[in-house]
Every structure is written in C-alpha cells, then in structure tokens.
Design a protein around this ligand. Structure first.
Ligand SMILES: NC(=O)c1ccc[n+]([C@@H]2O[C@H](COP(=O)([O-])OP(=O)(O)OC[C@H]3O[C@@H](n4cnc5c(N)ncnc54)[C@H](O)[C@@H]3O)[C@@H](O)[C@H]2O)c1
Ligand SMILES: [Zn+2]
Length: 441
C-alpha cells in the first residue's frame, strides 16, 4: 500500500496546512495520508482520530499516560513532535478560550528552542517569556517573588496560563508560582530534560529550597497536562542525560523488574545518541518511568504511604546536594550516590542479596560516572535530620529488598547512617567504577 505513495516530510505538511483554513484541515490531512508515505511526526495526524489509528503502521506514536488523583486528572503525552503542536494542544486544553500565556524558561533553553516554541502559536497568542537563571541555587523563594512581580506588572490575572518550559528546576518553580499567584493559576509542563520527562513534571510536587534543605517550601499543584517531547533531548548535554537516567533506575528498583532488565540490556543505545535505536529506547524508558510514577501518585497523592517509595535514594541524596552547596553535583547524580548508600544499608541488614545489590549498583554506575565530592559523614547525617522524610523526629528510609521491591523502615540508627555515609564517601573521594558488594563498619 505504501509502495506507490510519495515520500513527504512533516515540515512540508505543516507549511501546506498553514495555507488551509481550520475547517478544511482534516480533509487535507486525510488526502495526504492516503497519497503520501509520511516520515515520522504523528502529531499533525492527531485530528484524524480513528483514521489515524488505522494508519498506525506508518505513523510514529505518542504515548499517553493518565494521572488520576482525588484532586486532579490529566494526561502525560510522550513522543516526538509535541512542541510543534503545543499551541493547538493548549487551545484544546483551554476549550477555545484565549488566556494570557506566559512561558517560564531559562535563557539557555530559550536561546536554543524559542523559534520552534513560538512557531507553534498563532501571532495573536504568543506566550510572553519570563526567565529563571539555570541552576539549583536559583530554586529559591526570591526567584518566585521576582517572577510573581513580573506577572503582576504584566497584569496577569486568574485566567492566565503558565507554561513551564525547562528542566525540573523550571518545572518546580513554575508550578509553585502557579500554585500561589492569585491563589492559583493553571499551568502546563513542557519538560526539556530527561529527568523532568521521566519524573519531576508528573505528580504535582512543586516548590523551592531553603538553606536548611531541599524543597522545604512548596505545594501540591498538578499541571493541566504534560507534554514530554523527546526531540527536545537532542540538545541536552550528555551529563544531564546520564543524571536523568538515575530517576528511571530509581523507578525500576522500587517497582519494575521489567524496566530494570530493559535498562540493563539497552544501556548502550540509551546512552549513545548516534545509536539507531536511541530515540526509540529513550521513548520506552520515559513512558515506562512515567507509568510507574503515575501509578504511585494515583494511589497516594499526598505521600501518606506508598508515595514515600519515590524517595528511594533521596534521603542521603538531598543531604549530599545540601552539603556540597547545590553546586557540585546534579540532582540525579546525588540521587545515584544516595541509592548506592541505601543499597549498601539494605545489604548490611541482610534485606537484599549480594547479587541483587551488585546488579543495582552496576546499573547506577553504568549511567554515571558519579562525580567525586567530599563532605563529612557527620554533616551528611545531620542534614538528613532536616529532610522532609522526617516525621515527629523519626526518619523514614526507603531500602530495596529485591529488584522491583522496597521497604520503608523507620529504625535506621545514626550509627548505621554514619557507617553507610563513610562507605560512599570513601568511593566519592576517588570515584570507583567497581561496584561494592558489602560495607565494612
Ligand atoms: N517535583 C518533583 O517531583 C521532582 C522530582 C525529581 C526532581 N525534582 C527537582 O528537579 C530538579 C532537577 O531538574 P533537572 O535535572 O531537570 O535540572 P535543571 O532543571 O537544572 O536542568 C538542567 C540544565 O540543563 C539545561 N537544559 C534543560 N533542558 C535543556 C535542553 N533541552 N537542551 C539544552 N539544555 C537544557 C538547563 O538550562 C539547566 O542548565 C531538582 O531541583 C530536583 O529537586 C523535582
Ligand atoms: Zn529526584
């Protein structure tokens, strides 16, 4: 059937469609899909509905995962070409209304992607950019205040819609701004880092850091939708890609042997942008990770129970970020070290077999290297005391019990913490590539 058809590129279709009135677009798309062999970009075919489904063999797919909590219901779309259809999708979400649009982003991201971003919107409804400088040190209340002042000066009202276009930092700050400006605005997540696509854009946690610790001020505020365009990852520095994968390793260890095996078996093509299956593999990893996060958030939106398992690796990980001034390590890298600490702690308690511990640590290091850092074990342990996972003075710690399963324990002693902190610090001074199978006290 496709043999007689003409090859055509999505860009050509978009140009053609820009000359066609809205009411005629569906008919034109139908004609194109019958007469031409379409390379990639399924997004332009979305309006075709069932017809599009009939053409599945020749059209690249976008996966859609639903998040359904007691307070919110929205969809996470994962695929390529989503940026090109952001304007149309935004209009669909706002049911034809034309709210004021602001896009919160970092100058670096805007420099690379602003042309494509703005091309997705009609001339009269271009989102106004607001900038947050890159880096964890800007994820602070002062940045939220500055952005809120800019919104107020631009006369943003309650119907205003914000778009978070960036990594987890832009997402967390924009979400918090949306939660508190005029007591609540709608916002959309368009994550541009792997970490934000696999984890932080989903689940409604928003907030900023205090000097005393990570994410200590914040709010639960879900987006209207999440659009994770895998094409945006093309410009992501490799170190950021590796760090983002640590959140997928986390998702696999806590809940999915299937994802764990996939990450193990496909590490090479996941890490190599030149590999012919790279994009397909990333799409698989993002979709699987989002599914896990959505399941957990659906079951426990406010972290009363199950959602705590998403904190695997984060207790010591957050302490490492704070101890190194949020400057030396990326979030995912600190979580990598934090997961290694939790694995070694589980091993020392004989909750985990050495074989599973070795596979876990090997996978974490496969997505490294985890950068070296130095800190004192006592400081790391004391910083875990100001973590949000502490309730009534008791620290909850997530420990793996096998691949795909974890337990939340509340009896970890400070002696155990110091021992395990010393164990990772010994490696972190001169990062060893060789995984450990045990800790010595
Ligand atoms: N809310 C949650 O549930 C949740 C979950 C996990 C992590 N987080 C938070 O996420 C944050 C980390 O997010 P992150 O790892 O995405 O880091 P990030 O937001 O700092 O982004 C990483 C860097 O990459 C640049 N960048 C982003 N996208 C790019 C692209 N497509 N091309 C080129 N450069 C690009 C950014 O400008 C930045 O310098 C942490 O603050 C962490 O606490 C939140
Ligand atoms: Zn995290």
């Amino acid at each position: 059937m496709s043999g007689n058809r003409l090859p055509i590129y999505p860009e050509a279709i978009k140009i053609w469609l820009s000359f066609v009135p809205d009411s005629r677009r569906s008919a034109h798309l139908r004609r194109i899909s019958l007469q031409c062999f379409v390379r990639h970009d399924s997004e332009i075919f979305r309006p075709l509905g069932s017809h599009r489904r009939a053409c599945r063999g020749i059209i690249a797919d976008v996966s859609t995962i639903s998040v359904t909590t007691p307070t919110a219901r929205y969809q996470v779309h994962v695929g390529s070409g989503l940026l090109a259809s952001l304007g149309r999708r935004t209009r669909a979400l706002t049911r034809g209304c034309s709210p004021r649009l602001f896009v919160v982003t970092s100058p670096e991201i805007w420099k690379i992607w602003s042309t494509q971003f703005l091309a997705s919107f009609p001339e009269g409804q271009l989102p106004q950019p607001l900038f947050l400088p890159a880096g964890e040190s800007h994820k602070r209340l002062v940045a939220v205040e500055r952005l809120a002042e800019q919104l107020a000066r631009a006369r943003a009202d309650r119907d205003t819609l914000l778009i978070a276009f960036g990594g987890g930092i832009v997402g967390d700050v924009t979400g918090f701004l949306a939660a508190i400006y005029m007591r609540g605005l709608d916002f959309i997540q368009m994550p541009t880092t792997l970490l934000a696509q696999v984890d932080s854009s989903v689940g409604g946690k928003t907030g900023v850091n205090l000097l005393a610790g990570k994410n200590l001020v914040g709010s639960f505020h879900h987006p209207l939708a999440v659009f994770a365009d895998t094409g945006l990852l093309r410009t992501l520095p490799p170190r950021e890609l590796h760090a983002g994968l640590q959140e997928s390793v986390k998702a696999a260890i806590i809940r999915s042997p299937k994802l764990f095996n996939y990450l193990e078996a496909n590490a090479t093509c996941i890490l190599d942008p030149q590999h012919s299956s790279h994009t397909k593999a990333l799409m698989h990893v993002i979709t699987a990770s989002v599914r896990i996060k959505a399941e957990v958030v659906d079951a426990d939106e406010r972290e009363q129970g199950l959602r705590m398992i998403l904190n695997f690796g984060h207790t010591l990980g957050h302490a490492i970020e704070a101890a190194t001034g949020y400057k030396q390590l990326l979030h995912g890298e600190a979580i990598g070290w934090g997961m290694i600490a939790a694995i070694r702690l589980a091993l020392s308690r004989q909750l985990l077999t050495p074989t599973h511990a070795l596979r876990m640590e090997t996978l974490i290091r496969a997505f490294g290297p985890l950068p070296s850092f130095s800190a004192s074990a006592r400081k790391l342990v004391s910083l875990t005391g100001s973590d949000k996972k502490t309730r009534s003075g008791v620290l909850s710690f997530v420990l793996p019990t096998s691949i795909g399963q974890v337990a939340v324990v509340r009896d970890v002693t400070s002696t155990e913490l110091v021992t395990v902190a010393n164990s990772i610090l010994a490696d972190a001074r001169t990062p060893a590539r060789r995984p450990h199978t045990g800790i010595t006290s």
